[in-house]
Every structure is written in structure tokens, then in C-alpha cells.
Design a protein around this ligand. Structure first.
Ligand SMILES: [Zn+2]
Ligand SMILES: [Zn+2]
Length: 145
């Protein structure tokens, strides 16, 4: 029994050390991920991209672009960015307005959606997480793009 107690103590101590050793700087907000590798794309402006069905799709590296081109229909749906306010597909996230909420990057279809999100991020972020139907929703506010 004594050995178990010591082992437990060591585990707790190690755990405490691990927690303390964690760097304090906040993690980078989670943005787009490569539809091929699933890796985070650090800088959309530098990332290789491909035009597909009117959208711009971003990749972590050129190798993934090649893989995408061999099977675009498989990978394209994996990077479907929707505006959390209007539900519209964001055609080019690299040029879209963005907001960061709870460590996640949100991309907007237009400049009018961002201030709405910033006013009530919890409301819109929650909406985005609930699974929605594939039906195309009408823009819930009136403005032309
Ligand atoms: Zn890659
Ligand atoms: Zn909009």
C-alpha cells in the first residue's frame, strides 16, 4: 500500500509541475485548417490557395494543393466557411473581416456582419456550433454584397 501512496504522490507532483511549466502566453486563435491535412493554417496571406466553385480554398502547403487537385470534390466541403451572423458561405476567408471569440476565429461575409457579431458574440458563436441543415438560408439582414 505504501508504494501505491508514493506513486500517487509522485504522479500528483508531476502533474503540478506540468501545469506550472505551461507557458502563460495564450494559444493562437484557431482559424482555418487545411482541408487535406487538417493542419492549422497560420497565415492566410502566405498560404497557397486554389479557386474552386467560386470560393478560395487555403492550404498549409503546396503538397496539399496537389492532393486537393486530384480530388477536389472530396476536400472542398472540408473547408466551408460560413458567416456566423448570416450563415452565408464566406467565399474568400483570406480577405474577409474576422473576429476572435473564445480562441476561435470567425469569418464574416461582409463588413456589416462583423459589428453585429462583436455586439453579441455568444449568441452567434452558439448558433454556429449547432448543426444546421444544408439548406441555403436567406441572409437575415438586408444589404447587398
Ligand atoms: Zn499541407
Ligand atoms: Zn453579411
Amino acid at each position: 500500500m505504501k508504494t501505491t501512496a508514493i506513486a500517487l504522490f509522485v504522479m500528483v507532483a508531476l502533474f503540478a509541475v506540468t501545469v506550472v511549466a505551461q507557458p502563460k502566453k495564450p494559444a493562437a486563435p484557431k482559424g482555418l485548417t487545411c482541408p487535406v491535412s487538417g493542419e492549422a493554417i497560420k497565415d492566410l496571406k502566405k498560404a497557397p490557395s486554389v479557386q474552386y466553385e467560386g470560393r478560395t480554398i487555403y492550404f498549409c502547403c503546396k503538397k496539399c494543393v496537389g492532393e486537393f487537385k486530384s480530388n477536389p470534390a472530396k476536400y472542398a466541403p472540408k473547408q466551408m466557411v460560413r458567416c456566423p451572423v448570416s450563415g452565408e458561405v464566406v467565399k474568400d476567408p483570406g480577405k474577409a473581416q474576422t473576429s476572435v471569440y473564445q480562441g476561435k476565429v470567425y469569418y464574416f461575409c461582409c463588413a456589416k456582419c462583423k459589428p453585429q457579431f462583436d455586439k453579441e458574440p455568444a449568441k452567434f458563436a452558439k448558433q454556429e456550433e449547432t448543426p444546421t441543415s444544408n439548406q441555403h438560408e436567406e441572409h437575415n439582414h438586408s444589404h447587398s454584397h
